[in-house]
Design a protein around this ligand. Structure first.
Ligand code: NDP
Length: 302
């Protein structure tokens, strides 16, 4: 396949590119910075990779079989009103550009599938509800971002198959929330955060990459698909498992302010949270390599 990817230089994108490259697919990286992307994807390791800045995205998208859209400003910062605006606008901007380029491509050169990221923040937060793909959206800021982001992706030509992946907190060594949380656990020896009763809907990096890959190649993957592991956990359990996996006793609670210091207002994703289940992925027969957080953390921290 020939696949164009926005956000390819990010935490999830890098791993996806590696995966596609290992299977000999043709990769086109759509980035804001060609020089940065070239350092991340050196030609000797990624032969044949195409890296394009605007206005080169058009030529990449035309003739691609599929497009994966992962771009967006990171949310783990302090949310001033300007940053809040950019968290939303960066996603809408890139998504609408991608949609426009797909729609404007001649029929014969139009990609047949768009896999676009969104987040479990769509559902809002709750300590009691269980959310699957049919659940309604929440009414906080991140829910609004996700609704608009998804609606923008759905503006694509009706002949293009769209998979919207509502991603949970991605666990991996090289980035994301976990990499930022680990130093806190070292400092506080891994106690719970806040009340610990909040739900934490996570997914291992390898599984989210597999799910995106599957959505690219399998025509049954259509519409909204939650990108979360089948066993979300309470924050207290995450902290306990993390402490155990790191060989540190769980005794001093990590104060919320410490988490906010590393994740900014993005800490709300961890400190509020929601219990999301991957109903569609199960129906589709997707097999999770890491269904339990214990095994996921063990694999990451080993
Ligand atoms: P990253 O933050 O690692 O990377 C996203 C990419 O987006 C960057 O590499 C960059 O690509 C591009 N980007 C960054 N800022 C901007 C901006 N202001 N305007 C346009 N493009 C920008 O993201 P992840 O890999 O962690 O996640 C991918 C997507 O999945 C994101 O949209 C994220 O919101 C979503 N998601 C991630 C979760 C997670 O736990 N990681 C959880 C839920 C959703 P370049 O510099 O090459 O242009």
């Amino acid at each position: 396949l020939t696949v164009s990817i926005t956000g390819a230089t990010g935490f999830i994108g890098r791993r996806l590119v590696r995966r596609l490259n290992a299977d000999n697919h043709n990769i086109r990286v759509l980035t804001r910075s060609k020089s940065k992307a070239k350092l991340i994807f050196p030609a000797r390791e990624f032969p044949g990779i195409v890296i394009a800045e605007e206005p080169g995205w058009k030529d990449c998208i035309q003739g691609s079989d599929g497009v994966v859209n992962l771009a967006g400003m990171p949310i783990s910062t302090r949310w001033s009103s300007e940053i809040k605006k950019e968290i939303k606008q960066s996603r809408i901007r890139v998504t609408s550009k991608v949609v426009r380029l797909i729609n404007n491509a001649p029929d014969a050169a139009r990609p047949t599938v768009l896999v676009s990221s969104t987040a479990v923040g769509y559902y809002g937060t709750s300590e009691t509800a269980i959310f699957d793909e049919r659940s309604p959206s929440g009414n906080d800021y991140l829910a609004e971002v996700c609704r608009e982001w998804e609606a923008t992706a759905l503006g694509v030509n009706k002949n293009v198959r769209v998979a919207l992946i509502r991603i949970g907190v991605v666990l991996g060594k090289e980035g994301g929330a976990l990499a930022k949380m680990i130093p806190l656990f070292m400092m506080y020896a891994g106690g719970p955060m806040g009340s610990g009763k909040q739900w934490f809907s996570w997914i291992h990096l390898d599984d989210i990459v597999d799910l995106i890959y599957e959505a690219l190649i399998n025509p049954s993957y259509k519409g909204v698909i939650n990108g979360t592991a089948p066993n979300p956990v309470k924050l207290s359990e995450l902290c306990e498992r993390l402490g155990a996996a790191m060989g540190r006793p769980s005794w001093l609670p990590v104060p919320d302010f410490a988490l906010k210091a590393v994740l900014g207002d993005g800490a709300s994703v961890v400190l509020e949270g929601q219990r999301v289940v991957p109903a569609r992925a199960k129906e589709l027969g997707f097999s999770f390599k890491y269904p339990s957080v214990k095994d996921a953390l063990k694999a990451i921290l080993s």
